[in-house]
Each structure stands twice: as structure tokens, then as C-alpha cells.
Design a protein around this ligand. Structure first.
Ligand SMILES: Cc1cc2nc3c(=O)[nH]c(=O)nc-3n(C[C@H](O)[C@H](O)[C@H](O)COP(=O)(O)OP(=O)(O)OC[C@H]3O[C@@H](n4cnc5c(N)ncnc54)[C@H](O)[C@@H]3O)c2cc1C
Length: 492
């Protein structure tokens, strides 16, 4: 056995696991309330988590979060405004349609698009009606069929994909009606006044880094970057002990875990004691999806000025949604002359499949689709390609969470519930390990603002714990069936 002689022990009041949006929001909240005794541990070499970018040509492209969903009181919109982040309005109605014979006339595409828009409004009303009658959740596919929709042509399938799978990263078959597609967020947006697409050469995570700079000094020893957490013991009488891959140990009164749902579902961190079954059941029931934004750079632009294009292929549902990063107002201060960039999205199982392919093979597949969309054009080979691999990345294991059919509110409360919990008396215990991060937000799971708000919420609870006693929380030792006397066989 080798011993790491340079291993360090740290002692702090609060250890924050992860320096994504939720971790930064948690630390910022502690700081604003006069609590600066915290340490943030992060496996990557930078602050931002799933908000990160890469360079393609001379442009910066967002690999993860890219859209600010609504303005008004959206905290991410407020940060973007404060830090002067460059954004462009996102208009999903600025869309061109293609099939295997090339461009489709707008008068063929738009009526189908509008019909699905109307159907989504009806889906929300249908979900609200079912909730009002306390009816069980349905899959979004069943609900769409109940309302008369069948995606029985490539165009209808592409239009549905754009509205549902391109947003949730999972198909209607597995997405909940009541908590996913049937929420008013899907039609009206989470916050009002429309969505913005970030096109800032400093990257979207500039706003998170600037927020972190408000409470961190240069080279602040309270931020441990490139540091992998391998084990967390949370049942000690005085707090938690966090072990890192380089042998360091961090002793803290409380921990806030902001690791993604994908990380919590995997075995990459050893939790001592192992999570109780009620928590495992909840974590394993929620879905970590994969959303892959593939960027291709060309030496000239052979497409029009649309923001979006939908490809309605006969024999594939992959590579359906395209985005033009050279649309008017996009890629500002960048080099439009040499950076002609298309972004195409893959989701769900298609993402997992292509993550196993080398980039060159992904490029070949995409070029075949593009050739069908532009049959009369001699297409240039891409001069660059970026293929993020979120599903296989051990720091994320997916892109964001989605509410699946079968998941109950009680499950979600169990996902969020801190540990350890005294089974006999949940109110009087002082749990040490608290959970924040995007997936734990009941209202805004999946979104960057959900991660931010949840980080603030949980830090607020930790402040209460530090001041006096921890606030109450909800958990359910057994999540029970809706039917109090379930029968699985019809009685004779
Ligand atoms: C492709 C994609 C597109 C998206 N698009 C949008 C969008 O347009 N708009 C929007 O609002 N949201 C979007 N999201 C979601 C948004 O990015 C997330 O909700 C948000 O960034 C999550 O923040 P977080 O702090 O909860 O988690 P994270 O950002 O995942 O932060 C957790 C941190 O923990 C670290 N970590 C994990 N395991 C360990 C370990 N063992 N040791 C040490 N550190 C560890 C990770 O490196 C990470 O930095 C998108 C996400 C992806 C991936």
C-alpha cells in the first residue's frame, strides 16, 4: 500500500460538492449571509459544471447549456444582464423544412407545425384537468393519442420531435404527461418574454465565474479544482468527511452535494453508509437524459439564413433539428467569414449510440443527411467537428434530468431529502448531507435556473442548521401505490 505523504486535511463548516451553477449559488448565498467558512470541491479544472464551451475555428460554441429560458425574474437572465452576456433572441418559428428530396415548401411544413402547437396547448389543459380529478399520470404518448395525434408521417414525427424530444431529450413514450409535457412551461415558457440564445465568445459560464469571483480571491484555497471526490462519510456525530482521489480529507459540519443525477445513480462515489432504499429508489426512478449538440464548421455557408431547420427523413429519426449559428445576430464579434457553423442535435438513445463512434464516423453520418437535405449542392467537407460526450463523462453521466412516467412527487421529495434521517423522528435529527443541483428542483428540474435556485435554497437551509436547528423536510419511507388495495389479477 502506498501512502500519499502530501495529503492534506481540511476543516470547514460547509463543504460544497461541485462548482456548477448550483455550487456557485450555494457558496454565494452563504457568503451573502456572512458565512465564508466553506470549501468547494470540483473535479474539472474550471467553474461552471455543465455550462462549458469549446473553440471551433475562431468561435466559441456552447457544449452544454445555451438558452436562457425566459426573462422577468429568471435569475440566470438577471446574471446575464448584470455581466453583459451577449445573447440573441431565439425564435423557433424561424424554421425551414427539409425531407429526403431537399427543401419543403413552407406551406407544407407550417400547417403541421401550427397544428402541433395547438395540440400542445390542449395537452396542457388535458393534464390540468386530469390533475384536478386526481387521475394517475399518463405517458405523453398516450396523452397525445388520446387527443388524436399520430406522428404517422416523417414531417409530423419531425415536428413532434422539435416540440418534445428536442426539449426534454426523451421521447413522448417515457416522458410524464403531468410533470413534463403537460406543464405550462412547455407552451408558455418557464419565465415570460421569450428565450435567448447565448452567443458570447467568453462562454456562457463567464457569468458563473464572475459570480464566483465575488466571493473568491485569486487562487483562493477554498476552491479545490481538479479534485475528484471518491468517498463521503455522512453518519459521523459531528459532520461529514469527504475523501478525494489524491488522498485529501475534508472534515465539515455539513455538505451540499450538487453532483448530477447521473453521478448519484452511478457508483463513482462511495457513500457511507450506502443510501437507504427509499432514496435509491427515488434516484433510480428519475431519468438522466442525454442531449448532444454537434457542431460542424465549413469553409463556406451553403444554407439560408433560417435559425432552425427540421429534417423529416423517411428512414431515420436522427439528426432532425439543425441550427444555423450564422443566423442574423448570432456569433457576434466572431469571424463569420471563416466560421460557418451548423449545429445538429442528437438525443436519448441516438446520443448514446453516437458517443461510441469516432468523430469522423459521426461526421460521415451527418454529411449523408445533409446531402439528402441539399441534393443539388456539392457539399464541402466539414473543416471541424465537435461532439460532446455527456453520457460517458463520469462527472455528469448524461446532460439533464427528465420526469418520467411512474415517478411520484413523493419520490422527488425523497430524492431531495437530506441524510442521515432518523427513521423514527425525522424532525428532530440534524442531517449532515444535503442535496442540491438541477434534478432536485421540483419546479425547474433540467434547467440552469433550477440548479441556481436549488443551490440558493439548500444553502439557506444550511444557514438555519448552523444558526440553530435544521428546518423540516419531507421524506417517505415507503412510497405507496395510489390504489390502497392493489389487485394484480381480476377476481373470478
Ligand atoms: C447539452 C446540455 C444542454 C443544456 N441546455 C440548457 C439550456 O439551454 N438552458 C438551461 O437552462 N439548461 C440547460 N442545460 C442544463 C444545465 O446545464 C444544468 O441544469 C445545470 O448546468 C446543472 O448545474 P448543477 O450545478 O446542478 O450541476 P453541474 O453543472 O453538473 O455541477 C456539478 C459539478 O460536480 C462536479 N462533479 C461531479 N462528480 C464529481 C466528483 N466525483 N468529484 C468532484 N466533482 C464532481 C462536476 O464536474 C460538476 O462541475 C443543458 C445541459 C446540457 C448538458
Amino acid at each position: 500500500m502506498t501512502m500519499n505523504v502530501s495529503a492534506t486535511s481540511y476543516r470547514t463548516k460547509v463543504v460544497i460538492l461541485g462548482a456548477g451553477a448550483s455550487g456557485v449559488a450555494a457558496a454565494s448565498t452563504l457568503h451573502k449571509n456572512g458565512q465564508d467558512d466553506f470549501i468547494i470541491v470540483e473535479g474539472q479544472s474550471f467553474v461552471g459544471g455543465r455550462v462549458q464551451h469549446a473553440t471551433l475555428g475562431r468561435s466559441s460554441v456552447e457544449l452544454g447549456a445555451n438558452w436562457i429560458y425566459g426573462k422577468g425574474t429568471n435569475p440566470i437572465y438577471k446574471l446575464a444582464t448584470q455581466h453583459g452576456l451577449k445573447t440573441a433572441p431565439n425564435d423557433k418559428r424561424d424554421v425551414a423544412f427539409f425531407d429526403d428530396q431537399g427543401p419543403l415548401r413552407q406551406r407544407l411544413g407550417l400547417p403541421v407545425y401550427d397544428a402541433f402547437d395547438e395540440l400542445m396547448e390542449k395537452t396542457v389543459m388535458y393534464a390540468e384537468e386530469r390533475i384536478a380529478h386526481n387521475q394517475v399520470d399518463l405517458s405523453s404518448r398516450a396523452a397525445l393519442r388520446m387527443l388524436g395525434w399520430e406522428p404517422d408521417t416523417p414531417l409530423k414525427a419531425a415536428v413532434e420531435y422539435f416540440a418534445i424530444e428536442w426539449e426534454l431529450a426523451e421521447p413522448a413514450e417515457v416522458s410524464s404527461l403531468e410533470y413534463a409535457t403537460g406543464t405550462s412551461d412547455m407552451t408558455e415558457g418557464t419565465f415570460p418574454f421569450g428565450n435567448e440564445f447565448v452567443v458570447d465568445h467568453r462562454g456562457f459560464n463567464y457569468i458563473l465565474q464572475e459570480e464566483a469571483n465575488r466571493f473568491l480571491k485569486p487562487n483562493d484555497s477554498r476552491l479545490l479544482l481538479d479534485t475528484m471526490v471518491t468517498r463521503v462519510r455522512y453518519d459521523g456525530p459531528h459532520g461529514v468527511v469527504v475523501h478525494t482521489a489524491n488522498g485529501d480529507r475534508i472534515f465539515a459540519d455539513y455538505a451540499i452535494c450538487t453532483f448530477s443525477l447521473g453521478v448519484l445513480q452511478s457508483n463513482s462515489v462511495e457513500w457511507i453508509p450506502a443510501f437507504p432504499d427509499w432514496k435509491r429508489e427515488a434516484l433510480l426512478s428519475f431519468h438522466m437524459t442525454t442531449y448532444t449538440k454537434i457542431f460542424l464548421r465549413f469553409d463556406h455557408k451553403f444554407w439560408d439564413d433560417w435559425q432552425f431547420a427540421l429534417y423529416a427523413g423517411n428512414d431515420t429519426r436522427e439528426y432532425t433539428v439543425w441550427q444555423n449559428l450564422n443566423a442574423p445576430g448570432y456569433l457576434p464579434h466572431q469571424n463569420q467569414d471563416d466560421d460557418n457553423i451548423l449545429m445538429v442535435t442528437a438525443t436519448y438513445k441516438a446520443s448514446e449510440r453516437l458517443e461510441r463512434l469516432p468523430d469522423a464516423q459521426v461526421a460521415d453520418e451527418i454529411m449523408q443527411v445533409l446531402q439528402r437535405m441539399f441534393p443539388h449542392t456539392t457539399l464541402p467537407r466539414p473543416t471541424g467537428i465537435v461532439v460532446p460526450r455527456w453520457h460517458t463523462n463520469p462527472l455528469f453521466r448524461g446532460s439533464y434530468s427528465n420526469w418520467p412516467i411512474g415517478m411520484l412527487v413523493e419520490h422527488h421529495e425523497n430524492m431531495r431529502a437530506p441524510l442521515p434521517i432518523d427513521d423514527n423522528d425525522d424532525a428532530s435529527t440534524s442531517p449532515r448531507l444535503w442535496f442540491a443541483g438541477e434534478a432536485m428542483s421540483p419546479e425547474y428540474y433540467g434547467y440552469l435556473h433550477g440548479a441556481w435556485i436549488e443551490g440558493q435554497n439548500i444553502a439557506g437551509k444550511i444557514l438555519e442548521c448552523l444558526n440553530k436547528t435544521c428546518p423540516p423536510y419531507r421524506f417517505h419511507k415507503r412510497v405507496r401505490a395510489c390504489n390502497p388495495t392493489p389487485r394484480f389479477r381480476l377476481q373470478q
